[in-house]
Design a protein around this ligand. Structure first.
Ligand code: SF4
Length: 361
């Protein structure tokens, strides 16, 4: 490919080239060539060709980014970010690419490596938890579209309604993708994350805050609007804390209550931004809106101090998704299944009322 790259570069040199430490400036039929700051002059196209061929990495690098990599700006930027192209000089980058440069995107481990001396890259993709697993132990995929199927269920076969939840299944790999294919696969795993990341970097992320998103809701979701009644925004803090925390979603929440009112809850540390409340959040908020419309009532229960603490621990374990980690034999854990069954046997009446207290007063 070097010949092809050289031909293309000499043709492009008429318009001048400034890219990754390579500069070619046409001046009255000759060229000034600078590579990483060192200058020389070429009087003809043939001399230019000969001069730059002494810097094959710069030539193939230029060619890759102008003729091989997708030219759509967001895809191009994402791929540049993957190999740290804006921070690393070509020599350093090529040395690292020999061994492979690894980046993480959500739970994806993306590796880019040079496959030949012509600057061609190969991209491989797997779950970050499978980093050290031999390739032959993973299911191999070649079509980026397969990512859409893999993203549907977690390791236990449960449907994942939120594609950016940190529950991506393991056990698969895409060992050999092209530049275009790897961005497609990433987009199938985490829709629109690379383009929103790019927009954010360009200062063009169009954030739709809670208030304006809820205002747009119509039909059955319009009920959420009743929650947006100017009585403060504490409930929206609870929504964000419940759903958008890093433990529940890998996106970094950028939406707030409205343009002027920031929520009190941190947006998280995700690599890619969340630009508006998602359908899962709106759907959950719809349920909460109804529940929060109820009037509080006073109930009287008799609990031992340990029972009160146990109920708190059970709520915490469910909220943090820890119930499956608690071993059956660990009866010292307040949220242990046998401990919980004992509590239910002791405190519930035949109708399932806590301490026999009716819900309806
Ligand atoms: S609204 Fe929250 S849960 Fe939904 S995608 Fe954004 S950050 Fe994640």
């Amino acid at each position: 490919m070097l010949d092809e790259s050289l031909d293309a570069l000499v043709t492009a040199a008429n318009d001048g080239i400034t890219f990754d430490g390579l500069e070619v400036t046409p001046t009255n039929g000759s060229y000034t060539v600078a590579v990483d700051g060192e200058s020389a002059t070429a009087a003809t196209d043939a001399e230019l060709r000969s001069l730059v061929s002494d810097h094959p990495d710069h030539v193939t690098n230029w060619y890759f980014w102008h003729a091989v990599a997708p030219q759509k700006q967001d895809r191009w930027s994402f791929l540049r970010w993957l190999e740290g192209a804006n921070e690393r000089a070509v020599a350093d980058r090529y040395e690292r690419l020999e061994a492979g440069i690894v980046e993480t995107w959500g739970q994806l481990r993306i590796e880019v490596a040079l496959v030949d001396t012509d600057g061609n890259r190969r991209y491989s993709l797997r779950h970050e938890d499978d980093a050290g697993v031999p390739g032959e132990e993973l299911d191999t995929h070649t079509d980026p579209l397969d990512a859409r199927t893999l993203a549907k269920h977690d390791d236990d076969g449960r449907y994942r309604p939120l594609k950016t939840a940190p529950s991506l299944q393991t056990g698969w790999q895409f060992p050999d993708l092209t530049a275009d294919q790897v961005v497609s696969a990433v987009d199938f795993f985490y829709p629109a994350t690379s383009s929103n990341w790019h927009k954010e970097r360009e200062g063009e992320l169009d954030v739709s805050h809670w208030h304006e998103t809820v205002e747009r809701q119509t039909g059955i979701y319009g009920v959420v609007e009743t929650w947006d009644r100017g009585e403060g925004y504490e409930h929206v803090n609870w929504v964000a804390e419940a759903c958008c925390d890093d433990s529940q979603c890998l996106k970094r929440r950028e939406w707030q209550y409205d343009e002027e009112t920031e929520l009190d809850i941190d947006g998280g540390d995700g690599s890619f931004p969340c630009r508006e409340p998602c359908s899962l959040v709106i759907s959950a908020a719809r349920k909460w809106t109804k529940l929060e419309g109820e009037q509080p009532a006073t109930y009287e229960f008799e609990l031992t101090p340990s029972e009160k603490e146990q109920i708190e621990a059970i709520i915490d374990a469910v909220a943090e998704g820890k119930t499956e980690e608690i071993r059956e034999a660990d009866v010292y854990d307040d949220a242990n299944r046998y401990r919980t069954r004992f509590l239910r046997a002791k405190l519930f009446d035949d109708e399932g009322n806590l301490c026999g207290v009716d819900t309806e007063q």
